[in-house]
Design a protein. Structure first.
Length: 179
């Protein structure tokens, strides 16, 4: 294991800003949803932490969200913030048909190093501890890296759906993993 999960907290502000600055400069999709892009001031970052941690008890921005827990992911070797994992406690019809239980993302400079696979496997361990039987995971059809990661972790493709996402029609690949 080359990674560990850590709870979002204010002491990570500088590391978070560095990671998000890199992600935004790269222009690639930021995932999961809990990696918010307004973080530069103390007040903004406190809001990031507040929203992320309130999601655990279901204090969400809209009814489309369900209670979930976010972990930031750090490398054990150098302590670098690598990305995040988000685990939804249950699914609504919408989350069942789209993104599923787990969202994850790795910052651009740390991709293709095996971190995503470790992140997803650790998230699956968390789901097992929560007594889930089956986990559903969705990813954008063109996100080959996520598709390969999900399949490497035992994901079985169950289909694909078209949805509006960020004002665009996108195809979402849907997977399940038996735990």
């Amino acid at each position: 294991m080359k990674i560990k999960f850590v709870m979002p907290d204010y002491h990570l502000k500088e590391e978070y800003a560095e990671m998000m600055d890199e992600w935004i400069k790269d222009g690639s999709q930021i995932a999961p949803w809990s990696l918010l892009d307004q973080y530069h001031t103390d007040e903004e970052f406190e809001n990031v932490i507040r929203i992320t941690n309130e999601a655990v008890v279901g204090n969400m921005r809209s009814k489309e969200f369900v209670p979930c827990k976010t972990y930031y992911v750090k490398a054990l070797t150098n302590g670098k913030l690598l990305g995040a994992v988000n685990i939804r406690y249950y699914l609504t019809k919408e989350t069942y048909e789209t993104w599923g239980h787990i969202g994850f993302g790795v910052r651009p400079s740390e991709r293709k190093k095996g971190y995503a696979t470790e992140m997803l496997n650790l998230a699956l361990d968390e789901c097992r501890q929560m007594k889930m039987e089956k986990v559903f995971i969705g990813c954008l059809d063109e996100n080959i890296g996520s598709s390969k990661t999900i399949e490497k972790c035992g994901g079985i493709l169950r289909g694909a759906v078209m949805r509006v996402y960020h004002n665009e029609n996108v195809k979402i690949r849907q997977y399940f993993i038996n735990l």
